[in-house]
Design a protein around this ligand. Sequence first.
Ligand code: AMP
Ligand code: TRP
Length: 327
Amino acid sequence: MRILSGIQPTGDKHLGNYSGGFRQYVETQERGDAFFCIVDLHSITVPYDPAALRSSTLDLAAMLFAVGLDPQRSTVFVQSHVKAHAESAWLLQAVASYGQLGRMTQFKDKGEGKDFVSAGLFTYPVLMAGDILLYQADLVPIGDDQRQHLELARDVAQSFNSRFGETFKLPEGVYPTVGARIMDLQEPTRKMSTTNGTPQGTVRLIDEPDVIRKKFKTAVTDSGREVRRGDDKPGITNLIDILSVATGETREQIEARYADGAGYGQFKGDVGEAVVELLTPIRERYLLLRSDEAELLRLLRTGAEKATATVEPTLRALYDRMGFVQP
Ligand code: AMP
Ligand code: TRP
């Protein structure tokens, strides 16, 4: 079983990224031959700062190992270190249509009202299709927001296969069942996000324990007192999801545990403690890994070598079937 996912090295990673992304990566690495790609080539599709890209790439590498990706089992690498990603992005543009790309909601959302919209923001999903298809991936653990891009990757694979001959496997997405959308603690109708959320409502994975406690203590709750989920209770519903992610209890178990009327204050304190317990070892491992850049780069180089060797046969087939003269 081949598994592949990608994540952008932008912004500090937060509890939503853990819940909707990292947590699943760690689970899926048990199910087969897993590849996790730090997609730096995707990050240049919106205006960015080169120095920040360099440090965020290393930050993310340290974080991926800190949350539990095991370099002995999983291949963690940087997209730009494996040239096949940029090459396949160009080649696959022959089978992805302009109309198809224009329907991508993320392109519309990220491009809307901006002075400058790069051509790369438009073709971004083709780069992502190449990331996945080059590895002949069976499973792609991703967040809900990437569903449409995965569909596009499948469409691209099908078009290529029917036009140039059977080359790519059709990948399946794996989506989280709980915690696929963690909301901002201050504005629970909006997604938690380092770039679009409120600072006080966003729990960074490297926040100090006291900062985390404070963010939960001041989390917005809803009217009433009962700790239960419901459309009328976005704040409490979100906190129940977060507690479930942190402790592994089901949401029903959590509701039952608070059915005796413990009150919101107690509940919020408990969620904060559970998150501190979850994140403290991650933060400690992160700081240690991040302090040794030479070792991080060594791990990433080893990952890139394995990834390069893995995609080589598919890349060759791609050139060959498309009619390029082999050197
Ligand atoms: P981003 O860093 O916003 O590009 O998100 C990268 C990935 O993290 C997404 O594809 C999701 O898998 C996950 N993610 C981001 N924000 C959240 C959130 N608020 N709740 C759950 N998952 C999230
Ligand atoms: N586009 C994805 C995001 O922004 C990241 C990504 C790039 C990806 N290539 C991928 C995810 C391949 C899964 C598989 O979250």
